[in-house]
Design a protein around this ligand. Structure first.
Ligand code: GLN
Length: 309
């Protein structure tokens, strides 16, 4: 295998002069304060090797990357009936767009746009109080990463709760179509809290490793999901994980990935590794600008791709 440590070090070094490019998300007040020059990268291979560079041990707000974990939980609880509530098609529109919801009568296009993830939060809430559902999500992520220190940043959750007008609009709109079964405040309480999970690149890469290894975390030996489910979650990440930038990410990076407005991206190289990057400056689709570039450099240098050898 290529010398992965040398590759991540080179990527970090080559991108250092560009740190600060892109635009930090400021619609969530707590995220606006983040130093735009942070950069971290972590690769965890299916053989358990870990290679990191930069701020790989600094926790950041994982935001929409958490939607991969809540989808995995919802599929575990509800199986294929999950798809009665949310679709599996790329949206071609922004992560917080409301337009398609009206045409599609409150059934969101996919589980990774905000509306879809809010529907998934409603599914995770089934049979629970919001506090229990949030606890279940945190425990699940700790189990995936095999790290009991992972926690939610309460200030980020509060900040979104106070200013998340768009998400309230989306949730109320879905509720008006009878597409949410719990009160909007409860569903959004769950949604804002899972988006506010704070994790390091290393923790994130470890938590995504099951997707690179046919559903089983090779570090812990735990079978998280079936092989087929892992492939299917990867398919959704590839087609929908970067919103209206998903096609470009597939073209340039060639791997399933999920971004968040905190500037993180989790990418999965099946059979090889799970990779997390963090650089807070975003491109116009709300995806990390240098994070996508770092992954493009990584896959160019390693030859990793889901599209061919
Ligand atoms: N919590 C953020 C929001 O709902 C997540 C968006 C994202 O990471 N793309 O706006």
């Amino acid at each position: 295998m290529a010398d992965l440590q040398a590759i991540v070090d080179e990527i970090h070094e080559e991108l250092t002069p560009r740190l600060g490019e892109g635009k930090v998300a400021d619609y969530i007040p707590q995220l606006a304060h983040i130093d735009p020059k942070k950069f971290g990268m972590a690769i965890v291979t299916v053989d358990g090797e870990i290679h990191t560079a930069g701020d790989a041990e600094v926790p950041f707000s994982i935001q929409s990357i958490s939607k991969v974990f809540t989808l995995t939980l919802a599929l575990g609880k509800h199986g294929e009936t999950t798809w009665n509530r949310v679709g599996r098609e790329p949206s071609g529109s922004a992560f917080n767009s409301i337009v398609q919801l009206e045409h599609e009568e409150g059934k969101p296009r996919n589980p990774f746009i905000n509306a879809g993830a809010i529907a998934v939060s409603d599914l995770v809430l089934a049979g629970h109080t919001p506090r229990e559902a949030i606890g279940e999500i945190v425990r699940f992520v700790r189990y995936l990463a095999d790290d009991e220190t992972i926690a939610i940043d309460p200030d980020v959750a509060k900040s979104e709760q106070a200013t998340g007008y768009r998400n309230f609009a989306l949730a109320n709109f879905m509720r008006s179509f009878g597409k949410l079964t719990h009160p909007v405040e409860h569903v959004l309480g769950v949604y804002f809290h899972h988006c506010a999970l704070a994790m390091t690149c290393t923790q994130l890469a470890r938590s995504g490793l099951f997707l690179a290894a046919s559903g089983r975390n090779p570090l812990t030996g735990h079978t998280v999901v079936s092989r087929q489910r892992a492939r299917r979650i990867n398919a959704l990440m590839l087609t929908c994980g970067h919103y209206d930038g998903s096609g470009d990410f597939a073209y340039r990076v060639g791997l399933p990935g999920k971004s968040g407005v905190g500037g993180g991206i989790l990418a999965v190289a099946p059979g090889k590794a799970s990779v997390a990057v963090w650089s807070p400056g975003l491109n116009r689709n709300g995806n990390s600008l240098l994070g996508s570039l770092a992954l493009e450099m990584l896959t160019t240098r390693t030859g990793w791709s889901v599209f061919g050898p």
